[in-house]
Design a protein around this ligand. Structure first.
Ligand SMILES: Cc1cc2nc3c(=O)[nH]c(=O)nc-3n(C[C@H](O)[C@H](O)[C@H](O)COP(=O)(O)OP(=O)(O)OC[C@H]3O[C@@H](n4cnc5c(N)ncnc54)[C@H](O)[C@@H]3O)c2cc1C
Length: 539
């Protein structure tokens, strides 16, 4: 099939990309593994799954009627509600007719003579396309589980990122959850409420803050909706894709009492950024960071009654905020229940999974079910899963062998006409991702329109621009405390994955300005070729 654009993935990024491409008059085909839209919210159906950016912010802003008509029922909507929203968007804009479900993209090859991509699927189809766009998600490939005996367990096993469509009832069961990142922390209080016994296997404790979730009442919704013009604009020019807190002072410009009070107020807000945006040095200065980390540790100690359990739950090996923080509902409180047990894998690592349960270095446990909440091969997993070959047959996976390299996190040298939505080197997972998705989709669409209007056949990032951007992403990360953590931002959760800070931490606003400037300067840092001659861009 011949088309102008192939888009991989029908999550929020793929859906909005399709909408914009159509509006701009391009033909496009979206290819999606799942049998429905929604991406993250299609796959992650574990109990307790919900967003941790307020739904009024974690939603599309591109269509005013859409943002006014959709009624979010809670401060942080659950997965079923977000999936309903994704389906509503697909229906409202009649997207499904250009989405091909149950189709996995397996390879993409750039043909230099035709200057087009040839994209193959697991169903044996080939698409001949001018542009190839990854909207395949930053957190869409569950990390491979590598525990001895994992297939020999006689009971049921589940992965939070591939949850059965019709749910699971854990009533009366002895359940293990392995992993204490966001998915584990969200799901466990609900699993604990059903299960006869819950055993939590923790390697690295997370800093988790109370979500303070609540139903949205009509007044609050109306107030936020009326404030949308200001709020959305603020988000677009913010650090993390949600309206910033002022952050005028250092943590040490105030007295201990004043600081403690500020943290207390921020804790009560139930927001990911509230504590970390109280002071402007919390993510760049160890001592300042420690004031916030200590505050949260003391909260954990005040909630969890058993002092040993509380200490095991207190993170000490990384600065607060440098691993994805979590928002929870009743997570720490859950450990006060008699049928919930915490196992510290740093003291007694898992040796193997047996037919009846889990064996650690000092104990054997029996379970009816094991839940893996072990995270994702983040940011690059879905991209390198496809066999992508650019100019001279160069493989993207080879190019990224020592870590991902992309100009603006959007495009890569030697891969003309290929774009990545929220790719490595862009704010992406460091932000409210819908804000970052909208920004990338709009930038890419403008770029394709410019190319069409100027009879450009290919657009490709230069090696120099790519190198400068990769250096800049690293320089900015190195000004912060982020590289200190063994986080999935660093690729540290996947054995053998190169360790470098993947997202751009300079902020959504700064990044947006940079992308706009690149476009304004004639797509500075890209080369463009006409249908016959290749030439450098003006910039
Ligand atoms: C549990 C969970 C909670 C989250 N909460 C938040 C939050 O509160 N706020 C926030 O900003 N972000 C959150 N995120 C991040 C979330 O991934 C993004 O917000 C957003 O949904 C990403 O949309 P996307 O379209 O880019 O990718 P996805 O939603 O991941 O969609 C990508 C799609 O591509 C498909 N795909 C991948 N590879 C192929 C292939 N080779 N061929 C065909 N199809 C393919 C996948 O099946 C998937 O459907 C959360 C993530 C998880 C896992």
């Amino acid at each position: 099939m011949k088309t102008d654009v192939v888009v991989v993935g029908a999550g929020f990024a793929g859906m909005y990309m399709l909408y914009r491409l159509r509006e701009a008059g391009f033909s496009a085909r979206v290819l999606e593994v799942a049998d429905g839209v929604g991406g993250t919210w299609y796959w992650n159906r574990y109990p307790g799954a919900r967003c941790d950016v307020m739904s009024m912010d974690y939603s599309f802003s591109f269509d005013d009627a859409l943002q006014k008509e959709w009624i979010w029922s809670e401060k942080y909507a659950t997965q079923p509600e977000i999936l309903r929203y994704a389906n509503h968007v697909a229906d409202r804009f009649d997207l499904r007719r250009d989405i091909q479900f149950e189709t996995r993209v397996t390879s993409a090859r750039f043909n230099e003579s035709t200057q087009r991509w040839s994209v193959e699927t697991d169903g044996g189809e080939t698409f001949d396309t001018q542009y190839y766009i990854f909207a395949s998600g930053c957190l869409s490939v569950p990390k491979a589980i590598d525990i001895e005996g994992q297939n020999g367990f006689a009971g049921a096993t589940y992965h939070t990122a591939d949850w059965p469509l019709d749910g699971v009832n854990f009533s009366g069961q002895r359940v293990a959850v392995i992993g204490t990142g966001s998915s584990g922390i969200q799901s466990m209080p609900i699993i604990a409420a059903q299960a006869r016994a819950l055993t939590v296997f923790q390697r690295t404790p997370a800093f988790s803050l109370p979500a303070e979730n609540r139903p949205m009442d009509d007044d609050e919704r109306a107030r936020l909706q009326n404030d949308y013009p200001r709020r959305r604009a603020g988000s677009r020019h913010s650090l993390f894709g949600v309206p910033d807190y002022p952050m005028e002072k250092s943590a040490f410009e105030v007295s201990d009492e004043e600081r403690e009070q500020a943290y207390e107020g921020a804790w009560d807000k139930g927001e990911l950024i509230a504590i970390m945006q109280q002071y402007n040095d919390l993510l760049i200065d160890d001592a300042a960071n420690e004031t916030a980390a200590n505050f949260v540790r003391n909260k954990i100690r005040s909630i969890v009654k058993d002092p040993d359990v509380a200490e095991t739950l207190c993170p000490t090996s990384f600065p607060i905020g440098t691993k994805r923080a979590c928002l929870d509902t009743g997570y720490y409180e859950m450990f006060n229940q008699d049928h919930v047990e915490l196992v510290d894998l740093l003291k007694s690592p898992i040796e193997k999974i047996t037919a009846t349960g889990v064996k650690t270095s000092d104990r054997e446990f029996e379970f009816d079910a094991i839940v893996f909440a072990t995270g994702f091969d983040a940011m690059t997993g879905a991209i390198v899963n496809v066999d992508v070959r650019g100019v001279d047959g160069v493989e993207l996976a080879d190019k990224w062998d020592a870590g991902p390299r992309a100009y603006l996190g959007l495009a890569a040298h030697q891969f003309p006409n290929l774009f990545m939505i929220t790719g490595p080197g862009s704010p992406s997972v460091m932000s409210n991702m819908i804000v970052s998705i909208e920004q990338h989709v709009e930038w890419i669409t403008d770029c394709l329109v410019q190319a069409r209007d100027n009879d450009v056949a290919t657009i490709e990032a230069t090696s120099e621009a790519e190198q400068l951007w990769v250096d800049h992403v690293n320089d900015v990360a190195n000004m912060t405390l982020f590289p200190q953590a063994n986080s999935w931002y660093m690729g540290a959760n996947v054995p053998g994955k190169p360790r470098l800070f993947m997202p751009y931490i300079g902020g959504c606003g700064v990044y947006r300005d940079k992308c706009d400037e690149v476009a304004k300067n004639g797509y500075e840092g890209f080369t463009m070729s006409s249908h016959t001659v290749k030439h450098a861009s003006a910039g």
